[in-house]
Design a protein around this ligand. Structure first.
Ligand code: ADP
Length: 361
């Protein structure tokens, strides 16, 4: 009888879902600024900063990328490094717990390197102060030893560029914000832009070396029916990461339930199965709206109370769900808390409260 693999072996053999997701994402990342869809203003600004740096044969100014998750901040950092022909070092605010962690990263930088710091608003305070000096004077003071005997050794760094990414630029202390020569605010994408993202990704996924699935569709001219691409795009909450993720589920659906062709029916079937509604709202979005309307009679309700009610982190509600719900006019933020709009009530199939505050379904 074949020997059963033990649990540990199985864990090593099977890559975890997050790893697969990251690998799939990496394969779909645009490599050049010209391949980066949408964000016309930011692309223009960045192109200028990079062209000027190239003309001066110097490193580009530090760049801060601000915006909700999945809009292309990491992708842009990688593009900056590729366009400048330099290396990219990746780290994140939560990974730098002490100034020493940052000192180790900084002292390993080469001239012209791009240092990408994701979630820079979560950097430890002591590291933040070290970063000020490094960004301004290309210098760090490394403290050796402890207590009264501690000495500080100044270390000169080669010129480099910090690309910071944040979902909450409001939380960045002003001295740190001021050290960036340029802040790019990424906006949610229009449906037509996301349609281009989906079509581009479908073409990449359809490459015969990666997948046999979409090859038949490729032979028909396009790897994805334009109506299917539009359907996915319109339900992706203005976010390329979500568009790519939904596309992969549509590919699965088309393979299992059809001949692999990415049709409108396959798109609708997959989106329904994964509970993405026609406005693109997902479970978290709907949980927020349901709580505000049903539990708090439309609000106002504070962020903390709302998050506890739906069992989510306040930061997730604030950075992932809210920006899109506010932009689409489902929710308003007032200084007394979050309030549902008539559009939110309508979306849930409910009537807004009567003037006396009573509810009827
Ligand atoms: P963020 O760092 O803002 O969370 P990422 O840069 O990781 O977002 O982007 C998430 C995914 O979305 C990536 O796999 C990338 O392929 C895709 N993506 C983001 N922006 C664009 C864009 N403008 N054009 C094409 N694909 C994009």
């Amino acid at each position: 009888m074949a020997e059963q693999p033990d649990i540990e072996t199985m864990r090593i053999v099977a890559p975890d879902a997050g790893e697969l997701e990251r690998a799939a994402e990496a394969a779909l990342r645009p490599k050049k600024l010209s391949e980066f869809v949408g964000q016309r203003v930011v692309r223009g600004q960045l192109q200028l900063v990079l062209d000027a740096a190239r003309m001066r044969a110097s490193t580009p100014d530090h760049v801060l990328l601000a915006g909700p998750p999945g809009l292309g901040k990491t992708t842009l950092a990688m593009i900056i490094a590729a366009e400048m022909g330099t290396s990219l070092r990746l780290t994140s605010g939560p990974a730098i717990q002490h100034a020493g962690d940052l000192a180790a990263i900084l002292s390993g930088l080469q001239e012209g390197d791009i240092l990408f710091i994701d979630e820079i608003h979560r950097l430890a305070r002591t590291a933040e102060e070290m970063l000020y000096l490094a960004m301004e004077d290309f210098r760090v003071d490394v403290v050796v030893g402890k207590g009264p005997g501690a000495t500080s050794i100044p270390l000169t760094l080669p010129p480099f560029t910090v690309v910071g990414a944040t979902t909450r630029s409001g939380l960045l202390p002003a001295p740190l914000r001021d050290r960036f020569g340029f802040t790019a605010h990424l906006e949610f994408y229009e449906t037509e832009e996301l349609q281009s993202v989906v079509t581009r990704s479908a073409t990449l996924l359809g490459s015969p070396t990666i997948s046999v699935v979409t090859r038949s569709a490729t032979l028909l001219g396009s790897p994805i029916d334009a109506r299917a691409a539009h359907e996915i795009a319109s339900r992706s909450r203005g976010t390329p990461r979500i568009a790519n993720r939904l596309l992969r589920r549509v590919v699965d659906y088309a393979q299992v339930h059809g001949d692999g062709t990415l049709t409108l029916d396959a798109a609708r079937g997959a989106l329904e199965l994964f509970e993405v509604d026609p406005s693109g709202l997902d479970r978290l979005d709907r949980a927020v709206l349901e709580a505000v309307c049903r539990r708090f009679a439309g609000g106002p309700v504070g962020l903390t109370t709302l998050s506890v009610t739906i069992g989510e982190e306040a930061e997730t509600v604030e950075t992932v769900a809210e920006p899109y719900l506010v932009r689409e006019g489902f929710l308003v933020r007032t200084n007394r808390g979050r309030m549902a709009t008539p559009k939110a009530w309508g979306h849930l199939g409910l009537n807004p409260p009567m003037p006396d505050g009573s509810l009827f379904d």
